[in-house]
Design a binder for this molecule. Structure first.
Ligand SMILES: [Zn+2]
Length: 132
C-alpha cells in the first residue's frame, strides 16, 4: 500500500459523524472499510450511500420508482463486489441483503474474476467480515 497511513485515537466520518476508536484508547489506523480521500473520511455505510447516490444521479429523474430502486440496489452490489472481490458471492449477498445470483451478475458486469475457493482461513475471515 503506497497510501500514507495516518493514525488517530478517534475517527469521525465526515458525512454521518459516526466515530470509531479503539477500546483501549490507543491511536490506530482508520478501519479497513473506511475511505480516506481529499473529500474527507467516510465510513462504510456512507461509502455505500455515496455509491447508490452516484447511480441515482445518473438515472433520469423521471424514471419510475421501481427503476430507481433497481439502479440503487445494483450500485450497492457493484460497490461491494468491487470493494471485496475476494469474498464469495454468498458473503457479499448477505452483506447487501440480496441474492447470490444478483452478486454473480454484478461480478460479470464488472468483469471481476470469481473469488478463490474458500479455504479454512478465509472462511473464518469472511465470517468475521460478515458479522461486522
Ligand atoms: Zn458515515
Amino acid at each position: 500500500m503506497s497510501q500514507t497511513q495516518t493514525i488517530s485515537k478517534k475517527w469521525t466520518c465526515d458525512r454521518c459523524g459516526v466515530t470509531v476508536s479503539r477500546i483501549d484508547g490507543e491511536a490506530a489506523q482508520a478501519p479497513d472499510s473506511w475511505e480516506s480521500s481529499a473529500a474527507g473520511q467516510f465510513c462504510l455505510v456512507c461509502r455505500r450511500e455515496q455509491a447508490a447516490e452516484a447511480a441515482l444521479d445518473s438515472t433520469p429523474s423521471d424514471s419510475p420508482v421501481a427503476e430507481r430502486a433497481k439502479r440503487r440496489r445494483t450500485a450497492l452490489i457493484e460497490f461491494e463486489v468491487s470493494r471485496t472481490p475476494e469474498h464469495a458471492d454468498g458473503v457479499i449477498a448477505r452483506a447487501c441483503r440480496t441474492s447470490v445470483s444478483a452478486v454473480t451478475k454484478a461480478r460479470r458486469n464488472l468483469n471481476l474474476p470469481d473469488p478463490p475457493p474458500p479455504s479454512q482461513a478465509s472462511r473464518a475471515k469472511q465470517r468475521e467480515v460478515a458479522s461486522r
